[in-house]
Write a protein that binds this ligand. Structure first.
Ligand SMILES: [Zn+2]
Ligand SMILES: [Zn+2]
Length: 192
């Protein structure tokens, strides 16, 4: 594991958030307050959650700022993360809650949800930057897919996102290419 567990889970959360806006079909997977409720449940955001349109709009702004991190280099990312941390006066502290052992938080559970989403993400990105693992902040290798990913694999082998079915699509395309190269169009051709 390249990062501590809480860092990894927050990176996965940040990727999931960014990718709600990068669906292949152009839809927004975080279009409604219900979508945001589901996101909070899936990523374990207990604490304050207004569940209204204003909060959703603020989460959309956070999503845009986090999305930018995948289009900049490591030095610029450090600047962006620093401004996120500074404007919300993040104060790191260790906490143990809901069955989770000691891990790092930088905002109180009573802070607004959009702030917590941004700061938990920023704190995780801090680890990626300072351990010089920026290359793990990658974009899906599939053509026509803009989704982002965090490569947590040991050998840095991850290529595809997990929201647009790209690994499977690439697998099928490679299979078809092999079949075409064989001169065989018919998948049902009997084996020799
Ligand atoms: Zn926690
Ligand atoms: Zn993809």
């Amino acid at each position: 594991m390249p990062f501590a567990y809480d860092t990894q889970s927050n990176l996965v959360m940040a990727v999931a958030l960014v990718n709600t806006g990068l669906r292949r079909d152009g839809s927004d997977a975080l279009a409604t307050v219900d979508d945001l409720d589901r996101f909070c449940r899936e990523h374990g955001f207990a604490g304050r959650h207004a569940g209204d349109a204003a909060e959703l709009a603020q989460v959309h702004q956070v999503r845009e700022r986090l999305t930018d991190l995948w289009s900049v280099d490591r030095d610029r990312a450090a600047e962006l993360v620093n401004s996120m941390l500074a404007e919300s006066a993040a104060v790191p502290y260790l906490v143990r809650h809901d069955g989770w052992d000691w891990h790092l938080h930088a905002t109180s559970l009573t802070a607004p949800l959009p702030v917590r989403v941004m700061i938990e993400s920023a704190m995780a990105v801090v680890d990626v930057i300072r351990s010089d693992e920026w290359a793990r902040m990658a974009r899906c290798a599939a053509e026509e897919c803009d989704a982002v990913l965090i490569d947590l694999s040991r050998n840095r082998s991850r290529r595809f996102c997990d929201v647009n079915n790209c690994a499977n699509r690439a697998h099928v395309a490679a299979y078809r290419a092999r079949r075409a190269a064989d001169g065989s169009e018919d998948d049902a051709r009997p084996q020799p």
